[in-house]
Design a protein around this ligand. Structure first.
Ligand SMILES: Cc1cc2nc3c(=O)[nH]c(=O)nc-3n(C[C@H](O)[C@H](O)[C@H](O)COP(=O)(O)OP(=O)(O)OC[C@H]3O[C@@H](n4cnc5c(N)ncnc54)[C@H](O)[C@@H]3O)c2cc1C
Length: 399
């Protein structure tokens, strides 16, 4: 079957729904269809708190039907290929859709299978991940299962990832849990990251180092997880030293929290919309596709070199909408996205550093105080205010 819509949005996640809702607020006569395969919509930022045992997993999930704007059509299907020269795409169910304008927002792909042995042991043997709705509650179970003399490992991959701070946040929550239960120093907490520094912006790095010292977290840099043996509780890392020499190191664990390698979705990477790394190739300021002018993109799937977060989506969506509407009216594209992203780094129960920055890694803080200091007020923002704003304002197009 073949169908036509004025605007098609690929992906009904944070970005797709925000854009649809905002566009319809500006002009309710627009003919918008959202192609989204999932029955459920997730508020992923709270999975960190679920893993720390301080947020109800069920409050992070709602029916997709409840977040689709009433004036948009939901096509419950997945896009499989694009023919942008014909303004056409095809779905898994074999239908074709043509459009005047396309917004591409299918998020990032989690590549669990790229770590040998990982898929078989996830959810067992205290191997877990906050990057999955199903596993986030098991993270807290695993944290609680640790006893004196045991080792908890937390990993961060070498690939681009969504919410680059999330691997650290759960490390600090676990370490703080042990501090609160008089187990600090008795349970070994290690952060194994493929990265070379604690955080890319000095202002926040200095404060995070203090957290690491206080909570006695051992930092293992240049460690990229490549294999897991769940039953024998062994994790193997590729280690690249300062001269580029590669070796392998295997560590014993009693608990392993994995942040999986991530990439652009395969169906994007193999499409004409992709750049050479597989991401939807858009201008980093206007969010318009660099080759197909009636296509725009935002969120985790695009080539823009910002931190991939919902906070970035919040700043990208008004830019995309203004530019899309200008393009539809043959006007110049004037709105510009400055690369803003934010990382609310939970550094313990009731403590949060709110890092905010742009393309140049220049801090762009919202509040009139030093946000690099751990604060209870910012924890309240993360735990209560942001989830409420997400469901009630951001997805409704009023923020
Ligand atoms: C553990 C964790 C902690 C995080 N913490 C924070 C935080 O503190 N602050 C913050 O701002 N952000 C955080 N994030 C990141 C944030 O959730 C994402 O950056 C945000 O959801 C990106 O929005 P998106 O719409 O691009 O992708 P998503 O919200 O992931 O949505 C993508 C949608 O596309 C759909 N889709 C996939 N394939 C297809 C297809 N073939 N056809 C059609 N649709 C498709 C998917 O089903 C999905 O609904 C966190 C994420 C995780 C996992």
């Amino acid at each position: 079957m073949s169908f036509k819509h004025q605007i098609i949005i690929v992906g009904g996640g944070n970005a797709g729904i925000s854009v649809a809702a905002k566009l319809l607020k500006k002009n309710s006569a627009l003919d918008i269809a959202i192609i989204e395969p999932s029955e459920k919509h997730y508020y992923q930022p709270a999975w960190t708190l679920v893993g720390g045992g301080t947020f109800n997993i069920e409050d992070t999930r709602r029916d997709e039907s409840s977040v689709i704007p009433s004036k948009a059509r939901w096509i419950k299907d997945a896009v499989s290929s694009f023919e942008p020269d014909q303004n056409r795409l095809t779905t898994k169910e074999g239908n074709t859709y043509t459009y005047d304008y396309l917004v591409v927002a299918p998020g990032i792909q989690l590549n669990w299978h790229l770590v040998k042995g990982l898929p078989e042991t996830l959810g067992k043997n205290n191997v877990t991940s906050n990057y999955s709705f199903d596993l986030a509650p098991y993270t807290f179970e695993s944290i609680k299962a640790m006893k004196p003399g045991m080792t908890a490992l937390f990993t961060s991959p070498s690939t681009t990832l969504k919410c680059g701070g999330a691997p650290q946040k759960i490390t600090y929550l676990a370490a703080d849990y042990y501090r609160k239960h008089d187990l600090i120093g008795k349970i070994k907490v290690e952060f194994c990251t493929a990265g070379k520094v604690i955080f890319g912006i000095k202002k926040y790095a200095v404060q995070l180092q203090k957290v690491v010292d206080k909570l006695q977290v051992q930092m293992n840099y240049r460690h990229d997880l490549i294999a897991v043996d769940g039953p024998n509780k062994m994790a193997t890392f590729k280690l690249t030293d300062e001269n580029g020499t590669i070796t392998e190191v295997t560590k014993h664990f009693d608990m392993l929290h994995v942040t999986p390698p991530q990439s652009a979705p395969d169906f994007i990477a193999k499409s004409p919309l992709a750049n050479d790394k597989g991401w939807v190739e858009v201008d980093k300021y206007t969010l318009q596709h660099t080759r197909y002018k009636n296509i725009f993109g935002l969120g985790d799937a695009t080539s823009t070199p910002n931190g991939k977060t919902g906070a970035a989506v919040r700043k990208q969506s008004p830019v995309l909408i203004q530019n899309l509407l200008s393009f539809m009216n043959n006007k110049e594209l004037k709105a510009k996205y400055n690369g803003y992203s934010s990382c609310p780094i939970v550094v313990g129960y009731g403590k949060l550093i709110l890092a905010e920055f742009d393309y140049d890694n220049t801090p762009k803080e919202t509040f009139p105080f030093d946000q690099s200091k751990p604060r209870w007020s910012m924890w309240i923002l993360k735990k209560y205010i942001l989830p409420w704003l997400y469901w009630n304002k951001i997805l409704k197009g009023s923020m």
